[in-house]
Design a protein around this ligand. Structure first.
Ligand SMILES: C[C@@H](N)C(=O)N[C@H](C)C(=O)O
Ligand SMILES: [Zn+2]
Length: 282
């Protein structure tokens, strides 16, 4: 009773109901993600309904309504620290995806939080750079230059999806996820732009990026305070996004999508509803 009274006076102190909401989602365990990582395999061959009513759905620049900075466009973008060639400043997503994110944003605002978006529509040239150049070069340094091409590709594709010839020339039945306007990379921050702690930076493409990394770690040993915080914030992001129909890439805590091939494969939907969105760009 006393807390509710204070809320009415100041309006900034979270009320009992919001405490309950955060407590509930932060304590809700994530599903088994080893099986989801298995299920995800081969998602680029999953059917796409090319004549779906969503085919022409416009792209909206998220930045008009939701906080975000295109991570590949900016220069202060660890671990790269340079603007990736062909990167764009906009954060384009399909209209349906945008509406879902807006509803999530409204829920978060009620508890003093908001979304922060790192990337959305991604030019294929940026995808190709990471898949064909940046990450293979990094892996060769780490794993040794004598690694076979097949092994290298397998390692790369744990985290970076195969690209296409160019943004204009995409196989419409197998588009890179971020070329569809259906995929988004994001986290949650406080309304003062301070990020919640997720236990690693965006694009830390090691196993610590697995959404359930801390869930698995806690089965092996007691978590530190920081690790517990990361575990709970990943749960919050996961549940608030999936509650709106998004699917999480189980290998990356920050990657969610609605309507693309990964979404269809993981939700047992017979066909994805979005293919490449290149021709919809203004
Ligand atoms: C690594 C990350 N930023 C990413 O986008 N990965 C997914 C799988 C992709 O390449 O589409
Ligand atoms: Zn992503």
């Amino acid at each position: 009773m006393r807390v509710e009274y204070i809320v009415k006076l100041k309006g900034t102190v979270p009320c009992l109901a919001t405490h309950d909401f955060l407590k509930t989602v932060k304590n809700k365990e994530l599903p088994n993600m080893d099986s989801l990582r298995q299920k995800k395999k081969g998602y680029r061959a999953h059917p796409i309904e090319l004549d779906s009513s969503h085919r022409n759905e416009p792209l909206i620049d998220l930045r008009l309504h939701i906080t975000g900075i295109n991570h590949y466009f900016r220069e202060d973008n660890p671990p790269y620290y340079f603007s990736i060639p062909s990167a764009i400043s906009q954060l384009w997503v399909r209209e349906t995806v945008f509406k879902k994110l807006k509803r999530i944003e409204q829920k978060l605002r009620k508890v003093g939080l908001k979304l922060f978006v790192f990337d959305a529509y991604r030019p294929v040239e940026v995808q190709n750079y990471f898949h064909d150049v940046w990450f293979p070069e990094y892996l060769k340094e780490v794993l040794g230059h004598d690694i076979s091409e097949t092994e290298l590709r397998q390692e790369v594709e744990k985290f970076w999806a195969k690209g296409a010839v160019s943004s204009r020339e995409v196989d419409l039945l197998s588009p890179p996820p971020h070329s569809t306007g259906a995929a988004v990379d994001l986290c949650i921050c406080r309304t003062n732009n301070e990020s919640l702690f997720f236990g690693g930076i965006f694009d830390d493409v090691t196993e610590s990026a697995y959404t359930d990394y801390f869930e698995q770690l806690q089965n092996r040993r007691r978590l530190t305070f920081s690790e517990t915080e990361a575990l709970q914030n990943r749960r919050l992001l996961y549940w608030i996004m999936t509650d709106e129909g998004f699917v999480n890439n189980p290998s990356e805590w920050w990657h969610f999508s609605y309507g693309d091939q990964m979404w269809a494969k993981l939700t047992d939907t017979p066909a994805a509803i979005y293919s490449s969105a290149w021709w919809l760009l203004p």
